[in-house]
Design a protein around this ligand. Structure first.
Ligand SMILES: Cc1ncc(COP(=O)(O)O)c(C=O)c1O
Length: 372
């Protein structure tokens, strides 16, 4: 009997454990040298100037929107097919989400919809590389430039992905990452913002540490808080784990892509299943492997797989369906592509340690269910 198979999980090895233990024996558990070391390693990996590490992907988004000056009454354009944090980050600052429907083939925000939604109040465009697939940045950057709007990439799914040879992290003005255990690499909880803008990076470092700015001229102890910030720091223990994990990211992505290719080979010929397109030149990081069931009942398949020890997930209940977002005036029917996707989607198991035997079991179980 095969053990339970989750839709995703972390990959931790002995060197990761040793890296954390080593820090436990030093004098800095937080605010120490591992923070800058991890930031440098992240920036070097993607080829950008700055990385600012924070305590979660949610914090990364909040910090990024704050640094851009998003405030009460502003509008931010984004996708309804995402986790709440993409929008919550600017809602915390009093801004309103302006949702744009997805393209049914890539499942990413439809650039065509964006221009229709831009108003005088629009202050940013925040896009999500859904399931790990980088958005159409060529077009998105043109729109952002035309309207002089900052482009934020919520790349919590796509770290390690590429767009025409350029790494995720270099494609938008600010790129936000998550290091939650199901993501590309993990620090337990954690996140980062990647950018070439050093001024914004400095603002973000202040905001993640209560808004405190030191002034040694007034004394070694002295700091000033002009804007209230948060405690969004990432500990040295977490940064050490991140440094160790980052060394393995390329291998993790390679394995994720092998698993995805196997699913694609098997499902491509099945008329009951619809797959997310991966356009030429775009390399998904395959945080998720999502399928849509054209004819079968998704809930029944979810339950039947669960009974067989295969734990799938649904990503996501569209944000405009969530009670917390109803106050912005959205209703069912507003985003037909997103809603259709939600009604028939399922995320299948994909993670670096998923064995060939486990994947074969997932495939044969699903195929048998489709025949019923
Ligand atoms: C698209 C997206 N954005 C933001 C987040 C928030 O990241 P975290 O869980 O690290 O706060 C997630 C995590 O699930 C996510 O999937």
């Amino acid at each position: 009997m095969l053990k339970k198979i989750p839709y995703s999980c972390q990959t931790i090895s002995q060197d990761d454990i040793q890296a954390v233990i080593k820090v436990l024996k030093t004098s800095f558990l937080t605010c120490g040298p591992k923070v800058g070391e991890f930031e440098k390693a992240l920036a070097k990996y993607v080829g950008c100037k700055e990385a600012v590490v924070v305590s979660s992907g949610t914090a990364a988004l909040h910090v990024a929107y704050f640094a851009l000056g998003i405030k009460e009454g502003d509008e931010v354009i984004t996708t309804p097919l995402t986790f709440s944090a993409t929008s919550a980050g600017f809602c915390y600052l009093g801004a309103k989400p302006v949702f744009c429907d997805i393209s049914p083939d890539t499942l990413n925000i439809s650039p065509k919809e964006i221009e229709k939604k831009i108003t005088k109040k629009t202050k940013a465009i925040s896009v999500v590389d859904f399931a790990g697939l980088p958005c159409n940045y060529e077009v998105l950057k043109k729109i952002a430039k035309k309207y002089k709007l900052p482009l934020i990439a919520d790349a919590c799914h796509s770290f390690g992905g590429e767009y025409f040879g350029k790494k995720v992290g270099t494609l938008a003005d600010l790129t936000c990452l998550s290091f939650h255990p199901v993501k590309g690499i993990t620090t337990g909880e954690g996140g980062a913002i990647l950018t070439n803008n050093s001024k914004l990076a400095q603002k973000m470092r202040v905001f993640r540490h209560h808004g405190a700015v030191k002034n040694p001229k007034k004394g070694g102890w002295y700091y000033e808080i002009k804007d209230l910030g948060y405690n969004y720091r990432l500990t040295d223990l977490q940064c050490a784990l991140g440094i160790s994990q980052l060394k393995k990211l390329d291998n993790f992505i390679k394995r994720r892509r092998e698993i995805a290719q196997k699913y694609r080979n098997v499902f491509a010929g099945l008329e009951e299943i619809l797959l997310q397109e991966e356009p030429k030149g775009v390399k998904s990081a395959y945080h998720l492997f999502v399928v849509q069931f054209k004819t079968k009942n998704r809930k029944a398949i979810y339950e039947a797989l669960k009974a067989k020890g295969i734990f799938t997930q649904v990503h996501y209940v569209p944000l405009h369906f969530q009670p917390a977002y109803q106050k912005f005036g959205y209703k069912k029917g507003d985003f037909p592509n997103t809603e259709k996707y939600y009604s028939q989607c399922l995320s299948l198991p994909i993670y670096p340690t998923l064995t060939k035997a486990q994947q074969a079991y997932v495939i044969s179980t699903l195929k048998a269910l489709l025949k019923k």
